[in-house]
Design a protein around this ligand. Structure first.
Ligand SMILES: CC(C)(COP(=O)(O)OP(=O)(O)OC[C@H]1O[C@@H](n2cnc3c(N)ncnc32)[C@H](O)[C@@H]1OP(=O)(O)O)[C@@H](O)C(=O)NCCC(=O)NCCS
Length: 145
């Protein structure tokens, strides 16, 4: 598996990949190729965007997208999207991509990573295994319109 930075030239392939993953179990979301392309393009346009793909001779197998922000003397990375191809999940590819991302972020001088995911899901188990913890100090607040 080769890991490299995402470029804008990858976005069309990544959008198809992303909608295939999140329209399937366990998320069963409702992404069209158009809406997922907009989602990923918006991520890529964020200042200090940093994304990585894992690929082999079958094509893209995993994707991580996010951006870092200055916070006082620190850099904090916000992981916006992370996924592995449906038929390749559970093979350790997500763990390898997370390690590659971690190495890349350390090169960049990032001190901390945040992500948002749904409670009590396989994704929470995955992030827990990858060293993330549920913050005892911070809460996500939301308001509906
Ligand atoms: C969640 C996801 C990124 C994990 O990547 P992966 O390559 O499948 O995970 P790995 O094979 O590297 O597994 C690493 C660990 O994560 C946990 N894990 C992974 N998939 C899991 C599942 N379906 N249920 C419970 N734990 C799981 C396990 O603890 C596993 O360790 P183990 O193999 O020692 O048991 C991947 O399954 C995925 O893309 N899922 C759909 C999209 C998604 O949920 N993205 C993240 C949230 S936005």
């Amino acid at each position: 598996m080769n890991f490299r930075n995402v470029t804008t030239a990858d976005l069309t392939d990544c959008a198809r990949f992303f909608s295939d993953v999140f329209n399937a179990e366990p998320w069963n979301e409702n992404w069209s190729v158009g809406s997922s392309h907009q989602r990923l393009s918006d991520c890529a346009l964020t200042p200090n965007f940093l994304g990585m793909v894992g690929e082999d001779d079958t094509g893209i197998a995993a994707l991580a997208l996010g951006y870092w922000q200055r916070y006082q003397e620190e850099k904090h990375y916000y992981l916006l999207e992370f996924c592995v191809a449906n038929e390749r999940q559970g093979e350790g590819i997500g763990t390898l991509l997370m390690e590659a991302l971690h190495a890349r972020l350390q090169e960049e001088g990032v001190n901390r990573i945040y992500t948002l995911t749904a409670r009590d899901t396989p994704a929470q188990d995955f992030y827990g295994k990858a060293g993330f913890y549920v913050s005892p100090k911070m809460i996500l607040m939301a308001r509906r319109y």
